[in-house]
Design a protein around this ligand. Structure first.
Ligand code: GDP
Ligand code: IMO
Ligand code: MG
Length: 422
């Protein structure tokens, strides 16, 4: 039986997971999205055209069966838009499969997302406002509506019970309440269109594995946004790490093969929360411009900073990365000088390489940097031995620190701009 390869973001998201999963999917039969919803934005450059994928696994581009797993939360309107976008571009969505156990994002979840951010006031998270947190809350408190119920006659009664309750809170906060019949009419239309794609993805995935098919998993968000292992409360509402891959797909631990931790040669974060290696000066602005660091989903400017090896070591520990895929080597080479965070120093001058997600402790830490020479051109390079020596020295330092090979290196946004080391 083939082992399943997994792609997981190492930091705060937007590391370029879409591009790596697109590459791995070419040799795969099934590509599975396991968690999150349309808070994700995965960019694929296919046939010279840029696609921003929010829900459909990036493997759809290479003809793999694209599974939206049970751990995902689905906004049906967004999914239908995405289907249309692909069809308009001539990409077949015949291979799309939606887990009957995934949960549906409904209009009140989006209203609640706004309301909860307002309630948090100064401590807001800076969510994507897509209703992600409230949908996962409903799932856990067992008020959620699963895809299998959404496409069944049960939908009306479940929606009615939920809407009546949610409207009470919305009214209390003077927010617009929702009309049952209007929501039902709109969403039951969506359900009708999506029904043919729905199936038991647990059997689908395991039957495929047992027939020696190759499966890859597409992680969304990233390790430091994980509900348990991230910088809580500045996180998303799902397990974005290896555990979420298993729970969001029905794979078991012995199915897993290579685990690719995706990083950029620098780092970025969207939304609020601690970020030790953030650069708040012209160099940060320069990286943002060179790397085009604006949100794929919300278009917000991304906060930019240096690569943080303390956080990366933590991500290796939590996920068991067997390999690192590093994108944007071309971008970082455009700087004269590159810094790499190799330790955190506390107020007493004690340096640690153990990451903490405690936001109070983090606020007292200062990054310890090692400096490297930049000024190299890695753009479009496809062979490791063709890389300039400054680029190789930078990669070597990363590998030595975490003891994991940087096996895939991105040297540009295109599908072919990759170095793959054996
Ligand atoms: P994801 O959410 O992890 O899939 O990442 P995003 O798609 O949100 O952001 C990654 C951005 O970097 C996209 O605009 C990609 O096209 C771009 N990108 C990915 N790899 C590279 C690379 O190696 N070099 C350059 N210059 N851009 C890249
Ligand atoms: P991909 O898969 C970057 C961030 C939001 C916010 C926090 C909570 O493209 O890497 P949410 O809407 O999930 O409740 O927001 O998480 N966030 C992401 N940041 N990339 C993502 O996905 C993200 N998904 C959520 O900005 O700080
Ligand atoms: Mg993204």
């Amino acid at each position: 039986m083939h082992k399943v390869d997994v792609v997981i973001g190492a930091f705060f998201g937007d590391e370029g997971k879409g591009k790596i999963i697109d590459y791995l999917s070419v040799k795969s039969d099934i590509s599975v999205r396991c968690a999150g919803g349309n808070n994700a934005g995965h960019t694929i450059v296919f046939d010279g055209k840029k696609f921003a994928m929010h829900l459909i696994p990036s493997g759809i581009f290479s003809g793999a069966i694209a599974v939206i797993g049970n751990g995902v939360v689905i906004d049906p309107a967004v999914l239908l838009d995405e289907i249309k976008m692909l069809e308009d571009a001539g990409i077949s969505i015949e291979n799309l499969k939606i887990s009957s156990k995934a949960h549906i994002i409904l209009p009140y979840h989006k209203e609640y997302d706004l309301l909860e951010e307002e309630i948090r006031g100064e401590n807001k998270i800076g969510t994507t406002k897509r209703g992600i947190g409230p949908t996962y809350s409903d799932k856990m408190s067992r008020f959620g509506i699963r895809v299998e119920d959404f496409i069944s006659p049960k939908f009306y009664d479940l929606l009615k019970q939920n809407l009546e309750n949610k409207n009470k809170l919305l009214a209390l906060y003077n927010m617009k309440t929702l009309e049952l019949d209007e929501v039902f009419e709109e969403y039951s239309q969506y359900a009708k269109i999506l029904k043919p794609y729905v199936c038991d993805t647990v059997s689908l995935i395991h039957n495929a594995l047992e027939s020696n098919k190759k499966v890859v998993c597409e992680g969304a968000q990233a390790t430091l946004l994980d509900i348990d292992f991230g910088t809580y409360p500045f996180v998303t509402s799902s397990n974005t790490t290896i555990g979420g891959i298993l729970n969001g797909s029905s794979l078991n631990a012995s199915n897993i093969g290579r685990v690719y931790g995706v990083i950029k040669a620098y780092s970025s974060r969207v939304g609020e929360g601690p970020y030790l290696t953030e650069i708040n000066d012209a160099t940060g602005d320069l990286i943002r411009e060179l790397g085009h660091e604006y949100g794929t989903t919300t278009k917000r400017p991304r906060r930019c900073g240096w690569l943080d090896l303390v956080a990366l070591k933590y991500a290796v520990r939590v996920n068991g990365f067997t390999d690192i895929a590093m994108n944007h080597l071309d971008t970082i080479g455009k700087l004269n000088e590159i810094k790499l965070c190799v330790g955190y120093c506390d107020e007493n001058g004690i340096v640690t390489t153990d990451y903490t997600t405690n936001t109070d402790e983090l606020s007292k830490m200062k990054p310890v940097y090692q400096t490297f020479e930049g000024n190299f051109d890695a753009t479009g390079v496809r062979k490791f031995n063709k890389l300039p020596k400054n680029a190789k020295a930078y990669i070597k330092a990363i590998e030595n620190f975490i003891n994991v090979q940087v096996s895939i290196i991105g040297t540009g946004p295109d599908r072919e701009d990759l170095i793959v080391r054996k």
